[in-house]
Design a protein around this ligand. Structure first.
Ligand SMILES: Nc1ncnc2c1ncn2[C@@H]1O[C@H](COP(=O)(O)OP(=O)(O)OP(=O)(O)O)[C@@H](O)[C@H]1O
Ligand SMILES: [Mg+2]
Length: 260
């Protein structure tokens, strides 16, 4: 039987901007099962990052509940690691030292620490770049260091907020493939935020489509295609078209990055 690892129930959230109160999320409910890749897709400002931040423990709902592995989320934990859009590596630390940072404060032996760091770096193919500094790496390699740092922690869940948005198409495709390969091996649960329909269809087991003002999830679309997926296949285009149509139906004007 599938087990739910993330359960978001009837979440409301408002922010005050000066005198104005913006109702950002309105009765949002969804769940993610262990080992799933689920994507939140919606236009800018619909509340995707706010929702992801709540699952990560960085933001609190005004009402409703956010449960991680059976427990209410009160603060960030190492069970659930966030990968931000801005790659926040420390420029004065080498690749190896940046990945080690993920394990700072863990009560484990030096050997185990080294083992976990090296395993994570091998998974992202950076074992040959241990002593380089972030400025000596391409954007794609820097993002791989950030992914390795998250993997070294061995979290149950990785939250990703547009992690590949700053990369060129080739790097993005390459990293998407690496992510799928690693996820298949580790069975880590991934909750992803993206603007990119192609990325969502390529990676996701399910896509949750959000509408804006206030943010709501109005459609849960399972992507029933075997992985790895073929972006040129008719079935792939079927889902892209279906999702674009959902945005037209919602009244949200969605401008995808490179979909026509
Ligand atoms: N701390 C805050 N204080 C006030 N308003 C906020 C705060 N955080 C978010 N908002 C507002 O909440 C709304 C949703 O923001 P959020 O960052 O969740 O959107 P998003 O869907 O991630 O957008 P994007 O795709 O552009 O990243 C926006 O209108 C934003 O201005
Ligand atoms: Mg955002």
């Amino acid at each position: 039987m599938q087990q739910q690892i993330i359960e978001v129930t009837n979440v409301n959230k408002s922010f005050q901007n000066g005198k104005q109160i913006i109702n950002v999320l309105d009765r949002v409910s969804f769940h993610v099962e262990k080992g799933e890749i689920v994507t939140l897709l919606g236009k800018s400002g619909c509340g995707k990052s706010t929702l992801l931040n709540m699952v990560g423990g960085f933001e609190k709902p005004d009402e409703g509940s956010v449960i991680l592995d059976g427990k209410s989320i009160k603060q960030p934990t190492k069970k659930c690691v966030m990968l931000f859009q801005q790659i926040n590596l420390l420029p004065w630390r080498s690749v190896l030292k940046n990945v080690e940072l993920g394990l700072a404060g863990e009560k484990i032996s030096r050997e185990e620490k080294n083992e976990r760091v090296m395993e994570a770096l091998k998974l992202v193919g950076l074992e040959g770049h241990l002593h380089q500094f972030p400025h000596q790496l391409s954007g794609g390699m820097q993002q791989r260091v950030a992914i390795a740092r998250a993997l070294a922690i061995a979290p149950d869940v990785i939250l990703m907020d547009e992690p590949f948005a700053a990369l060129d198409t080739f790097n993005r495709y390459h990293l998407q493939d690496e992510l799928l390969r690693i996820q298949e091996k580790k069975r880590t649960t991934i909750l992803l935020v993206t603007h990119d329909i192609d990325e969502a269809v390529y990676l996701s087991d399910r896509i949750l489509i959000m509408e804006s003002h206030p943010g709501r999830i109005f459609k849960d679309i399972p992507i029933k295609l075997v992985k790895p997926r073929d972006r040129a296949h008719g079935d792939f285009h079927y889902y892209r078209k279906k999702i674009l149509e959902e945005f037209e139906l919602s009244g949200d004007q969605f401008v995808p990055e490179y979909n026509i």
